[in-house]
Design a protein around this ligand. Structure first.
Ligand code: IMP
Length: 422
């Protein structure tokens, strides 16, 4: 069986925990897009494990974890994460597979990301500055360098020098110091030697696994609202976050995916710029941010907070055929006297759908809210739906009805075991 987990909002929905739980039974856990702009945290016995590149399933015994074709790799980050897991006694030669089609984040990509942001000034997008936009731009304009080239050292050096000469001209225009290829060659050499045993034809591995009816878990990064085509461009990321991104980023046909899990955080958060219709600027936002520790896993930036935007989540469900919901961080709402959810928008008094909005419309519209009474109890140890406070049950039931998708998991604390299964 093939399962996909995707974020239905602006990222940071708590996918890491959901993937980690589901990975127990999987033979393969696969990342198929994005890079170390993503950040997933798994908490085991009070200890936090932040991930950026290596799939979250690495901490489970059974699965092999795969970095598939659509992922972009920063050599420093991959080496660093590999070292952490090796120190924990994980045999990566048996546990990790990397596709040769993955593109490399080169030093000039990070410099360019930063330089573009600086040049945008007050209109900056708020990227993670990990070089994500520039590396995907090089990929689609045939200027990328992949793991495939890295494994052929003279070819890699030739390509690196050629690209660096061009990118340095752009960097100089931005007033940024050019990069020196020689400075970076040792790190790439180290990466090449280190990952050589882990490189494999992931397409064939997936085909074989599909034939053998093995369990494949696809771990989405970011959230649907950040999708390059369907998110609020240009306040998006550079990859395809939606269900179709699986085929593009792994070669696994979308038709083979049986379960598409949408992870819905019980409220909204966002890092970076762009409109956020339900954004809160009052004390409630501070309470949620502190209680939910809403600071970026990747950048440490405080996240913007808002009420749950169900109109946007419904759009995500429809776009990606989401057929199962995991609600996360609902415990963070305990103690609020009133909770709101957004069911639609009005622009100049008229109804407008999320899909009709560009960022200029979204900045101006008024959300239409439904109010819910809150609950006071600590719910972090509750194991069954019926034991949840009645108002919390009502909140969950409403989400399910509105989205017309079954809620299957409710996560009530960061701990691996703290979830209610329905
Ligand atoms: P980039 O992906 O670094 O280019 O950033 C583009 C936008 O996507 C920025 O607003 C980032 O904050 C946002 N973003 C990228 N990845 C994530 C994620 O995993 N969680 C939340 N926001 C993200």
């Amino acid at each position: 069986m093939i399962q996909l987990v995707i974020g239905s909002q602006w990222g940071d929905e708590g996918k890491g925990k959901v993937v980690d739980m589901m990975a127990q039974n999987a033979h393969m856990v696969v990342r198929f897009h994005g890079g170390n702009n993503a950040g997933h945290t798994v908490v085991i016995n009070g200890k936090k494990f932040p991930f950026h590149l290596i799939p979250s399933g690495i901490l489970q015994k059974k699965p092999v974890v795969i970095i598939a074709d659509g992922v972009v790799i920063d050599p420093d980050v991959l080496l660093e994460e590999m070292a952490i897991f090796e120190k924990m006694g994980i045999n990566l030669k048996k546990k990790l597979v990397i596709s040769p089609r993955c593109h490399l984040i080169m030093p000039y990509h990070k410099e360019l990301d930063q330089a573009y942001e600086n040049a945008r000034g007050k209109n900056k997008l708020g990227t993670t500055k990990r070089g994500i936009g520039p590396v995907y731009a090089d990929k689609v304009s045939y200027n990328g360098i992949r793991i495939y080239e890295l494994l052929n050292w003279p070819l890699f050096v030739e390509k690196f020098k050629f690209q660096a000469a061009i990118k340095n001209k752009i960097l100089i225009t931005f007033g940024v110091s050019p990069i020196k290829v020689e400075t970076y060659l040792p790190i790439f050499k180290k990466l090449a030697e280190k990952i050589r045993p882990m490189i494999d034809d992931t397409f064939s591995l997936f085909q074989k696994a599909i034939q053998q009816k093995k369990q494949i878990l696809l771990e989405g990064a970011h959230g649907v609202m950040l999708d390059n085509s369907f998110g609020l461009y240009p306040y998006v990321t550079a990859s395809n976050v939606i269900e179709g991104g699986v085929n593009i980023g792994s070669g696994i046909p979308s038709k083979k995916i049986e379960e598409i899990w949408g992870v819905v955080k019980a409220y909204t958060s966002r890092v970076g710029g762009g409109p956020l219709p339900t954004e809160l600027f009052d004390k409630v936002a501070d309470v949620i941010r502190e209680k939910g520790y809403e600071y970026g896993t990747t950048t440490g930036r405080p996240r913007r907070i808002g009420w749950l935007d169900l109109a946007a989540v419904k759009f995500a469900c429809q776009l990606s055929s989401i057929n199962r919901i995991a609600i996360t961080k609902i415990d963070i709402l305990s103690g609020l006297s009133q909770i709101k959810v957004c069911l639609g928008y009005r622009l100049n008094g008229k109804k407008i759908a999320f899909s009709q909005c560009g960022y200029q419309e979204l900045e101006k519209l008024t959300p239409v809210y439904k109010n819910f009474s809150g609950w006071k109890e600590d719910i972090s140890k509750i194991k069954s739906f019926n034991k949840l406070p009645k108002n919390c049950q009502k909140y969950v039931k409403f989400i399910e009805k509105y989205l017309d998708v079954k809620v299957k998991i409710i996560s009530v604390s960061p701990e691996r075991k703290a979830s209610i299964f329905l």
